[in-house]
Design a protein around this ligand. Sequence first.
Ligand SMILES: Cc1cc2nc3c(=O)[nH]c(=O)nc-3n(C[C@H](O)[C@H](O)[C@H](O)COP(=O)(O)OP(=O)(O)OC[C@H]3O[C@@H](n4cnc5c(N)ncnc54)[C@H](O)[C@@H]3O)c2cc1C
Length: 421
Amino acid sequence: MPARKPQPSLEGEHVFDWVIVGAGYAGLAAARALAAKQSSASIAVIEAGEVGENASGRNSGFAIDLPHASAVTAKSVEEGRAAIRVGRYALDELNRLIDEHDIDCDWERRGRFHAAVTPEVAESALKTYASNLEAWKEPYEWLTRAELEARLGTSYYGDAIFTPGTYLLNPAALVRGLADSLPSSVRLFERSPVIEAEFSGPSPYVKTASGRARFGKLILAVNAFSQSFGVYKERQIPVLLFASLTRPLSDEQMAKMGCESSWGVTPAHGVAGSTLRLTRDRRLMIRQGFEYSPTLRTNDARREAARDMHQRLLERRFPQLGALDLEHFWMGWLAVSQNHAPAFGQVNENVYATSCCNGSGIVRHTASGMLITDLALGRENPLIDDFLAQGTANYLPPRPLRDIGVRLTISWDTWRGRGEQ
Ligand SMILES: Cc1cc2nc3c(=O)[nH]c(=O)nc-3n(C[C@H](O)[C@H](O)[C@H](O)COP(=O)(O)OP(=O)(O)OC[C@H]3O[C@@H](n4cnc5c(N)ncnc54)[C@H](O)[C@@H]3O)c2cc1C
């Protein structure tokens, strides 16, 4: 993406009816929904960095229409159907906005290949997924190694389920487009990290290094960063993910792939496996590495190790392409919950928050951003019940017990799924 000219930062004293912290999918969706529902309200979105330089801009670019799946029970099937209604609500909105504002973000309904490398994971994860798809009456194709090789240009995967409803996109282009087309009643402040917040009292506010915004109501749309506000810190598990993108493949390399012009693979083993794409501009993208990150910090050694791993895993999948040149490497934080349910709701008299995207925030947090405005306005919306069909993120044991438990679980999952890397 070319450099972006950010909006000015928050300077001086302000008063707004609504303040939203965070300009990712959740915050931008909330701002737009509020502007539509309360045309005379003053609304501010306050973003620590620049739009697109966050997880919403730096993800793998899968807008997935279907939920994760567990063993089929009557309850899980109903929860899945509710999640599908929420997903389609968000996808309809994204489709509408991309069309209305002509957002150029490579948005394309390409479907996705949910793939397993080993027969064990095909048996455990893909068969369960297929049973859910049947129960939900969602179309799918089961593909074998030879069929996958023809479509993806790699014989690495043993089996996959293809579902047609996922959109692939350039996430940085989408999130910038959404920010740049906000209604005029919304003021966006970039490069404005909130460093202090007073939630209650006669004049609640959020404060940055050079400004203060007093608010009527506040929406925290900062996902994993909620913990810095003392919100949901006992319910969310902050996770760090890494990804890399090669230079565009040459004509000769594309001929050696001999596959579809663009595609997306998600791993059947969510923790150990890799997300993979061939983008429309012929780059290979890999997302691999799933790390518990309670302090929301990382270091150069860890980044270096993740990048090396990406190089190895790509070359293992595409030996016919020779050495691959990784042009970009990035990472980002998100929040997951132990029970895969969202953290969503009122957290103080005038404060609402949404977190725990559980890895599919393009769709889920577009929905949560819209839905939290109905909650805050006291409007009924049956989709809120759908969004919370699985309940809310459950409580975790306190640290350091939590750190031990989460690290052991991730290490055990990664070891068990090592054949899926
Ligand atoms: C590598 C990677 C790959 C992923 N792949 C996919 C995918 O393919 N599909 C998918 O659906 N999801 C994917 N995700 C998850 C997805 O990116 C998130 O679910 C989504 O970005 C959540 O959106 P959000 O608006 O809730 O939070 P974020 O995008 O995290 O936005 C929160 C914003 O709050 C701001 N903020 C935080 N603290 C403050 C503060 N104190 N003051 C002001 N602003 C603050 C941050 O700067 C940030 O911009 C991926 C994530 C990563 C990291």
